[in-house]
Structures are given as C-alpha cells and as structure tokens.
Design a binder for this molecule. Structure first.
Ligand SMILES: C[S@@+](CC[C@H](N)C(=O)[O-])C[C@H]1O[C@@H](n2cnc3c(N)ncnc32)[C@H](O)[C@@H]1O
Length: 449
C-alpha cells in the first residue's frame, strides 16, 4: 500500500508559482492560482489569451529547468514528456509539482473543492480517479447547506469564551452544536411587557399538551390566576409567580367572575406580568371572552394564548376523532350543565348527522340522552364518556345512547371532569396497539372496543 497523502491547505498569495503549458488544462490552474493571489509565471511556446491575461509573467518558449529557480510550487500542464522534465527539475530543486491529468509526474495533487465562505471541503482520490472526485464533490456540494459559511463566524465567536473558561477541547463540540442549533432554532418568544395580561389555555391537563407560548408566559409570569381543572404540573411552570386559585371548588365559595376581572386589571396596573390560566382553551366555555372585554374596557393590554380544548383533546386521547371521513363530517360542542343551555341546541340538530361533544354534561347525561332520544336519535347511537383525559385516572366508557342514563361512574372517579361524545365516531378507538401510554380505561370500560 502506498503511503497516504498529507492533505494541506497552502498559502500561495504573493509567492511565485510556475505553470508549464499554455493550453486549456493550464488555464484552469492559472485561474485557481491567480484567485489565491499567487504570482503566476507561465512557460510555453504557445499561450492562450485567457491564460496570458491572468499570468504575472509570460515566457514564450519551451521549458527549461532553470525556469523553476526561485519558485515555491510548479504546475506541469503540458505533454507527458515535458511534464516529466518539469518533475525532474522540480525534484532537483525540492519544489512540489502538480502535473495536470498526469499523476505519475506529480508530487502534489489538487483536490475537488466545495466552499462555503471559509469552510472548505477538499476531496482527493490521490490523483487516481479525478472523475470520481468530481462526483463526490457534487454530492458533498448538495449536502452542505449555505448556512455553513455563517457557522464559521459563529464558531469563531465562541472561541474566546471557551479559551477564557478553559473549556477542554472534548467539550467544545457539544457546546458548538448547541450554539449552532440555537442559531437556526426558532427565534425565542418576544417577552411580554410588564403590566400585561395573557389569557392562556392550559390544555386538557397533561403539561406536555400546553403550548410553548403558554409555557413561556408561565415562566416569566409575576402573577397567575388559575382555575380548578389546571394540573399542578402546569402550575409548576411558573416558579416565580404568585399563584392564586380562583376556580370553582365544590362546597366552597368561589371568587366571582367580576372579582377575577378586577384582580386582573389591578395586577396589570401594578406593573405585573399576569397569566390567567384556564383549562383547555380560554374561549371555549372558559369565560375568556368576558375577561378580554373587561381588560379592553379598562385599557389593559392583553393577549390570548389558545389552548388545546378538551372538546377535541379528550375524545382524541381516547382514540375518538370528532370528524372521520365517511363517518362524520361535522361536530358540535355543547355546554351540558343546564337544560336551558343544551336543550335548544340539541333540538336544532338533525339526528345522527354529526358528532356531538358535550362539555360540563356528566351530571346531566340522563337529561341529554332523553332530549336526544326525543328528537329522534336512535337508541343504538354510539356514545362515549371520557373522564380525566390525559390524567393518571383517565377512564373511558363506551356504549349506546340508550345506556347513558343508567351509566354508573366508577366511585373513585366521580370527581374527574368528563367529556361526552355521541355519534358514530364514539364507536371508534383509534389507538396504536404499540402505544406505551398507560390505558387503565381499557380495563374499566363497560364495553370493550
Ligand atoms: C368549564 S369547561 C372548560 C372547557 C375548557 N375551556 C376547554 O376548552 O376544554 C370544563 C369542562 O371541560 C371538560 N374537560 C376539561 N378537562 C377535561 C379532561 N381532562 N377530560 C375530560 N373532559 C375535560 C369537561 O367537560 C369539563 O366539565
């Protein structure tokens, strides 16, 4: 096996390089060398105009060994016989020589080069397969994004800090990778100013289902006013905030809606960053609309950070799509806490034409089922009740509309919020058999699905 070549990047700016040959092959090298700032002397009986135009010196005659005196590097781009003479003359003077398309007479090989600013990737086949080197060059060129040029600047900018902190070489790569990822990651959220209210949807419970903006607002919050169904893990994302529970708790007096609005306004006027945290989405049966109106009326700047509503999340987490091609082309979300609110809505729906999602309707399930049956919904219509979606105690019941009034809740889960789904989609259970998610509901279901 031949000794491996040493890849080198050499500075030739201001140094004399002799190119022997004045044809097309010489032209390529002369251009490269001139771009690198080398002082190029061309020796050949005939010299093309393009070559002549780039050279610093032209010697229009056959090559002589003495032409290499004083040169740092030589290029032989002539016939094999002339190239051989150049190689000998270079060897005698201890000058490296690159022989274009003539590896036998070369002691230095140029590389296929891909450049991105100051980042250079060079490819060599030791002069054996220039066409393959070309193909590899194209492949690398396609792979390397243009941003690589900027990465060099970023990496250079990191170095002084690493040196000052004596970061060992082994640790630098990881740091650089993080810095580059940050460079191309999404821009960080612009912080909200003091005296600002964010109406944030916390999603169905699991902190993993909170939006990134919601998490960021909690991180920087001074004050958080939260509702009963907000999970403690979500609240924990607001470590430096004063946190006040203002939701309804069974058997205890709750803070009135007007009082909550006054608190929001007062905290914002005191220069606090305030988060009003509600389960699901703030504008879906969350009274977020009233709070937005109150803030606008008081001239307090605010934003809405939407959340994943349990109206879609609770069914989805149980494997029920609220719309499904060929099964249901629409869904309606209804508040089920009082007949006065759900009655007129249910009466306006054509039986079996859509998926019906009922929030706050667990206690009224018998009345809702009766109303639907009276409107002509079939007794066999699939129904499902998802309790505590995304939480540890999640429980899914599946059955028929006719079974709903007699449904007894598991005694240890009566405290959980529940979302009711009525319609053909309620019979679906689109969950991966490989799902690693704990599914205690599957054991507790009244009917296996
Ligand atoms: C006052 S409403 C608020 C709805 C919320 N804004 C939303 O978009 O999900 C509360 C109702 O949401 C539903 N709900 C909230 N969290 C739930 C969960 N984890 N599992 C099932 N239903 C849930 C229940 O129907 C509950 O009675």
């Amino acid at each position: 096996m031949k000794a491996p070549l040493v890849p080198l990047f050499v500075k030739l700016a201001g140094r004399e390089v002799v190119v022997v040959g004045g044809g097309a092959m010489a032209a390529v090298r002369v251009r490269q060398l001139a771009e690198a700032g080398a002082r190029v002397k061309v020796v050949a009986p005939q010299i093309r105009e393009e070559v002549a135009g780039l050279a610093a010196e032209l010697v229009r005659r056959p090559f002589r060994g003495g032409d290499l005196d004083g040169a740092w590097f030589a290029v032989a781009a002539a016939t094999p016989e002339v190239n051989r003479d150049v190689a000998w003359a270079a060897e005698a003077r201890r000058i490296l020589v690159n022989a274009v398309d003539d590896p036998e007479h070369a002691t230095a090989y140029t590389a296929g080069v891909v450049r991105r600013g100051d980042a250079t990737v060079a490819i060599s086949t030791a002069g054996r397969a220039p066409a393959l080197a070309g193909l590899l060059r194209e492949a690398v060129d396609a792979l390397l994004p243009p941003e690589v040029a900027g990465w060099v600047d970023a990496a250079e900018a990191e170095r002084p800090a690493w040196k000052a902190a004596r970061v060992p070489l082994a640790a630098r790569r990881g740091r650089l990778l993080r810095a580059l990822n940050a460079l191309h990651g999404e821009p960080p959220e612009a912080p909200v100013p003091p005296g600002f209210v964010s109406l944030v949807g916390a999603g169905p419970g699991d902190a993993g289902l909170l939006t990134r903006r919601g998490a960021e607002r909690l991180r920087t919050a001074d004050v958080v006013l939260y509702d009963a169904l907000v999970d403690p893990a979500v609240l924990a994302l607001a470590p430096s905030a004063h946190r006040f529970h203002v939701g309804k708790r069974a058997g205890r007096p709750s803070v009135s809606q007007r009082a909550i609005e006054r608190l929001l306004v007062r905290a914002a006027r005191a220069g606090k960053r305030v988060v009003r945290l509600k389960c699901g989405d703030p504008f879906v049966f969350g009274r977020g609309g009233e709070e937005a109106l109150a803030l606008a009326a008081a001239g307090v700047p605010f934003e809405v950070v939407p959340g994943v509503s349990s109206a879609v999340a609770a069914p989805a987490l149980a494997g029920i799509p609220v719309t499904h091609r060929g099964t249901s082309a629409a869904f309606a979300v209804v508040a089920g806490h009082a007949e006065a609110s759900y009655g007129p809505v249910l009466d306006g729906l054509a039986p079996g034409t859509l998926s019906l999602v009922v929030l706050m309707g667990v206690g009224e399930r018998a009345g809702i089922a009766a109303r639907l049956r009276a409107r002509g919904w079939a007794a066999e219509t699939p129904a499902a009740l998802v309790l505590g979606a995304s939480g540890e105690l999640v429980h899914t019941w599946r059955g028929r509309l006719a079974d709903l009034p007699g449904l007894a809740l598991p005694p240890d889960r009566t405290h959980l919020p529940g979302t009711l789904v009525v319609g053909a989609v309620a019979a679906l259970s689109l969950r991966s058999p490989h799902s690693t998610e704990a599914q205690p509901a599957a054991r507790a279901d009244a009917r296996p699905t």
